[in-house]
Design a protein. Structure first.
Length: 313
């Protein structure tokens, strides 16, 4: 039966159904891919290989969240989110391997403890390497939003930064307690390694309301007893607490969020400052990324074009 407007009931139902679909589509959030980069000291080199493979597969971030060594990689990519920049990042890590920004000896480290110094290393060499390769002066200059986490040394709380002097922020978030000095970021407190509390910052990533999380996990696992060193034994408590928090954060990830977990396994030990391993770690990172993509059976790659876009396109 025609309506007062001269439209029959069937046509009216179809028209209103079409209108509801349009309105529903308008209410849906834009697809958003957030890359979460863990800490892992020298194992962070593997993330450079992971990033190259992911971008070559067409999976691009819309935002990045990172701590510790992961923040070095995230900020570099956020400044120029392209495959070419990911390849340059691999070259940066090769330079890091040659310059060995953290060096030490048993005698010097013991002397530092005896003298009551706050760290084994002055951090000067690492600062110089970071300054030479920092892709921008301020974190806010990034092309993509980049969230860098540091740990407030006086409270143990994570502080998140999306702006601020990049070199200082990176020196702070990589300041492994006892190994490198805390950094004054101008807020009246000292800051240390962002991975001390949250080494895989999933909750920060979730706070950005992503439709997909891409987790680049190079967090060091526990070394076998026979492989333990004085430094690794000192870090057991820190890693145990961080591991438990990470376990809880994984439980908080909603089932409807697409997750691609690219994880670097710990086969024998968990090197922190063995920079000679960088070339091997670059290859391992690329390999595990390829295997993670293959395990997704093409579903991740197909949706990557929808949930992550190339900012340069």
């Amino acid at each position: 039966m025609p309506s007062r407007l001269g439209i029959d009931a069937g046509s009216a139902r179809n028209w209103f159904g079409w209108l509801r679909r349009i309105r529903s589509a308008d209410l849906l959030p834009e697809p958003k891919t957030v890359f979460v980069l863990s800490g892992g000291s020298v194992r962070g080199a593997a993330q450079a290989g992971m990033l190259r493979v992911l971008l070559e597969a067409g999976i691009y971030p819309d935002a990045l969240v990172a701590v510790s060594a992961g923040a070095l990689n995230a900020s570099f990519l956020a400044a120029d989110p392209t495959v070419e920049q990911a390849r340059r990042l691999e070259e940066v890590w090769r330079d890091v391997a040659e310059r060995k920004p953290i060096r030490g000896s048993v005698v010097r480290n013991v002397a530092a403890i005896v003298r009551g110094k706050p760290s084994f290393d002055t951090g000067d060499r690492l600062r110089a390497v970071i300054a030479d390769h920092a892709p921008m002066e301020d974190l806010s200059d990034a092309v993509l939003p980049c969230h860098v986490g540091t740990t407030d040394a006086s409270t143990g709380q994570v502080t998140w930064w999306t702006d601020g002097p990049l070199v200082e922020l990176l020196c702070a978030t990589t300041a492994v307690p006892g190994v490198l000095p805390a950094v004054d970021l101008g807020d009246g407190t000292l800051h240390i390694d962002g991975g001390v509390v949250s080494n895989i910052p999933l909750r920060r990533g979730l706070s950005l309301q992503p439709t997909r999380l891409v987790v680049l996990d190079v967090a060091a696992k526990f070394a076998p007893a026979e492989k333990q060193t004085a430094l690794s034994l000192m870090m057991v408590g820190v890693r145990a607490a961080a591991a438990e928090l990470t376990r809880q954060q994984w439980l908080d990830v909603p089932a409807e969020i697409d997750v691609l977990h690219v994880e670097l396994p710990t086969e024998d030990d968990a090197p922190d400052f063995e920079f000679d391993l960088v070339p091997e770690l670059l290859e391992q990172g690329a390999d595990v990324a390829r295997r993670a993509l293959k395990a997704s059976e093409g579903a991740v790659t197909g949706s990557g074009a929808e949930t992550g876009s190339d900012p340069k396109a």
